[in-house]
Design a binder for this molecule. Structure first.
Ligand code: IPM
Ligand code: MG
Length: 371
C-alpha cells in the first residue's frame, strides 16, 4: 500500500467544518481504493496563536516540510484584529508559502454549467469559462523589504512596502505558466504595470524572453493589469492562462472567483520547484475563500472549494489523475442535481448545509471509484 502523507491545517472560521468534508473523502479513498493516506492535523492562524503563541509553530513547520502535501483551510477573523502584526493569523499562511518555497499559485476559475446563473454576469459571458490564474506567490510586495512604518518625528509617519522581483523569480513563474498553457489552450496573458512600475517593465522583459527562447509555440499576450482586470469582467473567455505577480494575482483571482458565481467554489494549488533528487515538489492546497467568520461554526459554509482543492492535490501531488477527474465530476454532478449551499442557492434547488453538500459529493465520488 502506498503511503501518502497529508498535513491537515484546518485553521479558523469555516476552515475546520469544510476540512471535515475532505476528511470524509480521505477515509473513503483509504477504504475503497487503498489510497494509503496518512494524515496529521495541526493548528494554524488564530487558532495556533491562541494555543501556541504563533500563527504557525516551528513544530508545525517541521510537519509541513516532512509531508507530501498540506491541505489548508482558512485563517483570520475579527477576534485577532488586535494581535501584533507579526503574529496575525495571515502571517502563518505567508510563512508556510515562503518557507516551503511555494512560488507558483494555480487558481483555476471554472464556471460549472449548473452555476452559470449564480454569477453576477450574464450567462453568455461566463458559460463554459475555464481560465487559470498563475500567481507568483513568494515575492513581490508581500515579502519585499523594507516593509515598515517609520515615525518621521514631525507628527508624520511614512509607511513603506517594497515591490521587488529578481530575474529567477520571474523566469520560474513564467515557465510554470507556459508549461501549464501547453496542457490547455496554449495561450498565456502576462499582466503587470510596466507603464508605472520598474518591476512591471522588467517582468514584461523577462516573460517576453522566456517565451521567445523556450516557448515560441505558445501564444503570448501582455496586458496592463488594470486593463486586464477590466477585460476579465468584460469578456473573460478570451483568456486561457494569466500569469501575474503576487499582489495583482491576489486581486485578479478574487475577481475571477466571482465570475464563477461564488468565492466558495474556487480551489488553489501552491507548488514549489521539483526536487531533482526525489522528483517531488512541496505543495499546499487551499480554497481561495477566507474564513467567513460570519457563518463559521453554523454548518452553512460551502465546502466545494476545499473539496476541489483536495482534487488538485490528487492531481498535482499524487498523480491520481483518474481519482481527481472523478472527484471533479462528482462536484459537477452534485450541482447538476440541484444541490446547493446558501451562497449558490437558486430557485427550485435544494438547500443543504456543509455536511449535506459534502455527503452528496462523497456519494457520487464513491460510485465513480467503484465503477
Ligand atoms: C489569498 C488571501 C491571502 C493573500 C491572505 C489571507 C493573506 O487573500 O490567498 O488570496 O493575500 O494572499
Ligand atoms: Mg486573496
Amino acid at each position: 500500500m502506498a503511503s501518502r502523507k497529508l498535513l491537515l491545517l484546518p485553521g479558523d472560521g469555516i476552515g475546520p467544518e469544510t476540512m471535515a468534508e475532505v476528511e470524509k473523502l480521505i477515509a473513503l479513498m483509504n477504504d475503497t481504493v487503498d489510497a494509503g493516506f496518512e494524515t496529521e492535523t495541526a493548528l494554524v492562524g488564530g487558532a495556533a496563536y491562541d494555543a501556541e503563541g504563533a500563527p504557525v509553530s516551528d513544530a508545525t513547520m517541521a510537519l509541513a516540510t516532512a509531508c507530501d502535501a498540506v491541505l489548508f483551510g482558512a485563517v483570520g477573523g475579527p477576534k485577532w484584529d488586535g494581535v501584533p502584526y507579526e503574529k496575525r493569523p495571515e502571517a502563518g499562511l505567508l510563512r508556510l508559502r515562503k518557507d516551503l518555497g511555494l512560488f507558483a499559485n494555480l487558481r483555476p476559475a471554472i464556471c460549472y454549467p449548473a452555476l452559470a446563473d449564480a454569477s453576477s454576469l450574464k450567462r453568455a459571458v461566463i458559460e463554459g469559462l475555464d481560465i487559470l490564474i498563475v500567481r507568483e506567490l513568494t515575492g513581490g510586495v508581500y515579502f519585499g523589504e523594507p516593509k515598515e512604518i517609520i515615525d518621521l518625528g514631525n507628527g508624520q509617519k511614512r509607511a513603506i512596502d517594497t515591490q521587488v522581483y529578481e530575474t529567477y523569480e520571474i523566469e520560474r513563474i513564467a515557465r510554470a505558466a507556459f508549461d501549464l498553457a501547453k496542457t490547455r489552450r496554449n495561450k498565456v496573458t502576462s499582466m503587470e504595470k510596466r507603464n508605472v512600475m520598474k518591476s512591471g517593465l522588467y517582468w514584461n522583459e523577462v516573460v517576453t524572453r522566456i517565451h521567445r527562447d523556450e516557448y515560441p509555440d505558445v501564444t503570448l499576450e501582455h496586458e496592463l493589469a488594470d486593463a486586464g482586470g477590466m477585460k476579465l469582467v468584460k469578456a473573460p473567455k478570451q483568456f486561457d492562462v494569466i500569469v501575474t505577480d503576487n499582489l495583482f494575482g491576489d486581486m485578479l483571482s478574487d475577481v475571477a472567483a466571482q465570475l464563477t458565481g461564488s468565492l466558495g467554489m474556487l480551489p488553489s494549488a501552491s507548488l514549489g520547484a521539483v526536487d531533482d533528487a526525489t522528483g517531488k515538489r512541496r505543495a499546499l492546497y487551499e480554497p481561495v475563500h477566507g474564513s467567513a467568520p460570519d457563518i463559521a461554526g453554523k454548518g452553512l459554509a460551502n465546502p466545494l472549494a476545499m473539496i476541489a482543492s483536495f482534487a488538485m492535490g490528487l492531481r498535482y501531488s499524487f498523480q491520481m489523475i483518474a481519482e481527481a477527474d472523478a472527484l471533479e465530476a462528482a462536484i459537477a454532478e452534485t450541482l447538476e442535481a440541484g444541490i446547493r449551499t446558501g451562497d449558490i442557492m437558486a430557485e427550485g434547488c435544494e438547500q443543504v448545509g456543509t455536511a449535506g453538500m459534502g455527503d452528496a459529493v462523497a456519494a457520487r465520488f464513491r460510485a465513480k471509484l467503484a465503477a
